[in-house]
Design a protein around this ligand. Structure first.
Ligand code: NDP
Length: 337
C-alpha cells in the first residue's frame, strides 16, 4: 500500500513539493487490526491547519509520516471482533490506498461499519457524515435557525454550504448563498437558495444588500460562515437585531492568515449579534441518531441532493486537496480509489 506523506510544512498555499507518495512497510496483522483496501478518501479544508506545526483542535501531521483523514475502506483481512472481509468501514486512515488500520485510526464513537441506509458508501464522508453533520449542527443547534428566518451562507456550492442551503430550505427559511462564479451560483439557486451572490463578480456587501432588498427582507437572522474575511464583514453590516453567527470555517485566511479589516464588526453591539465558533466533533456524538434520522429522511425525500467532485486514484489526492482552495469543487471533493 502507498500513502501520501507530509515532507515539508507549507508556507501559504501548499504545493506538490510538500507531499510525497511513499510505500508503506508490509506489516503482519496484529490483534485488533484490520487490513483494508480504501475505496474513497475525503479531502477537507481543515487538513490545511494540520499541515502547520501549531496547536489546534486537530493534531498536526508529523513530517515524514503518512497523513490521515476520513476514508471508506473495504476490509480484506480482520483480526478485530465484529469485522469480516468485505465489510465497508468508515475510518481515519485516509491519504492512502489501503493498509493496516488499528483502533488509533478508528475513533471509538464513530459508527465504524456503515449504516445500511441505502446510499452510496461515500455519502458517509459528506452529507451523512462530516460535512452534512457540520451543516446540521451549525445551522440548527449553534445558530438555532428557525422557520421564517433569513440565512446567509458562504461557500454555498461546497459540501458544508450546499447542505446548509438545503437543510434551511427544508425548514422553510429564506436563504442567500454566496459562491465563486456563475456556474456555482446557478447550482446554489437550483438547490433552492432564494438568491445567490457571486463574490468573484464584485464586492459581497452591495450584492448581499441587493439580494435582501429583492427578497423584501430587512437583513439576515443567521450567518453561516465558511469563509471569513469580506463575507463575514458584509454579514455584520446586514445583520438583524439578535442575529446569530455560526462560525464554521474561514477558508479565506487558511493559507495566508492576513488580517481583514472588519469595518462593520462594531454592529455586534447595537444589533446584539451572538457569534459562536464550533467544532463538529464537540456536538456530533450527542445528536448522531437524530442527525442520521433527519438527514437520512432529507436525502431520501430529495430535499437534500448529493453532488460530488471526484478525482480518481491515489496519485490525485494532493491535487484534489489543493482544488478546494481554488474552488474546483461543486459539492463534496472526493478521491475514488
Ligand atoms: P468546500 O466543499 O466548501 O470547499 C471549499 C470551497 O471554499 C471551495 O469550493 C471554494 O468555493 C471556497 N473557497 C476557497 N477559497 C475561498 C476564498 N478565499 N474565499 C471564498 N471562498 C473560498 O469545503 P467544506 O464544505 O469541506 O468546508 C467548508 C468550510 O467549513 C471550510 O471553511 C472548513 O474548514 C469548514 N469546516 C468546519 C468544520 C467544523 O467543525 N467547524 C467541519 C468541516 C468543515 P468557491 O468557488 O465558491 O470559492
Amino acid at each position: 500500500a502507498k500513502a501520501w506523506h507530509l515532507v515539508s510544512r507549507p508556507q501559504g498555499l501548499p504545493t506538490m513539493d510538500n507531499f510525497a507518495l511513499r510505500d508503506l512497510p508490509d506489516q503482519p496483522l496484529e490483534a485488533n487490526q484490520l487490513r483494508v483496501r480504501n475505496r474513497w478518501l475525503s479531502v477537507d479544508p481543515y487538513m490545511r491547519g494540520r499541515m502547520n506545526d501549531a496547536k489546534s483542535y486537530a493534531a498536526s501531521f508529523q513530517l515524514g509520516e503518512p497523513m490521515t483523514g476520513g476514508a471508506i475502506g473495504e476490509v480484506v483481512e480482520s483480526r478485530m471482533d465484529g469485522f469480516a472481509p468485505g465489510d465497508l468501514i468508515l475510518h481515519m486512515g485516509g491519504w492512502r490506498d489501503g493498509g493496516v488500520i488499528g483502533l488509533d485510526l478508528m475513533p471509538n464513537k464513530l459508527p465504524r461499519q456503515l449504516l445500511d441506509a441505502g446510499m452510496p458508501p461515500q455519502t458517509f464522508l459528506h452529507n451523512m457524515g462530516l460535512t452534512g453533520g457540520t451543516a446540521w449542527i451549525g445551522l440548527l443547534r449553534v445558530a438555532a435557525a428557525k422557520p421564517g428566518e433569513t440565512v446567509f451562507v458562504s461557500a454555498a456550492a461546497g459540501a458544508v454550504g450546499s447542505a446548509v442551503v438545503q437543510i434551511a430550505k427544508a425548514r422553510e427559511m429564506t436563504v442567500i448563498g454566496s459562491a465563486g462564479g456563475a456556474e456555482k451560483c446557478a447550482w446554489v439557486a437550483d438547490i433552492g437558495a432564494d438568491a445567490a451572490v457571486d463574490y468573484k463578480a464584485g464586492p459581497v456587501l452591495p450584492q448581499l444588500a441587493a439580494a435582501l432588498e429583492g427578497l423584501g427582507k430587512p437583513g439576515i437572522d443567521v450567518y453561516f460562515d465558511n469563509v471569513g474575511g469580506e463575507h463575514l464583514d458584509a454579514a455584520f453590516a446586514v445583520a438583524n437585531d439578535f442575529a446569530r453567527f455560526a462560525i464554521c470555517g474561514m477558508i479565506d485566511v487558511y493559507n495566508d492568515g492576513h488580517p481583514q479589516e472588519m469595518k462593520y464588526l462594531i454592529r455586534t453591539i447595537p444589533a446584539r449579534i451572538r457569534m459562536e465558533g464550533f467544532i463538529y466533533t464537540d456536538q456530533f456524538f450527542d445528536c448522531m441518531e437524530e442527525f442520521y434520522a433527519d438527514m437520512g429522511a432529507l436525502i431520501a425525500s430529495g430535499a437534500v441532493t448529493i453532488r460530488e467532485t471526484v478525482h480518481d486514484g491515489i496519485d490525485a489526492a494532493p491535487e484534489a486537496f489543493l482544488g478546494l482552495f481554488a474552488g474546483e469543487n461543486i459539492g463534496k471533493m472526493l478521491v475514488r480509489i
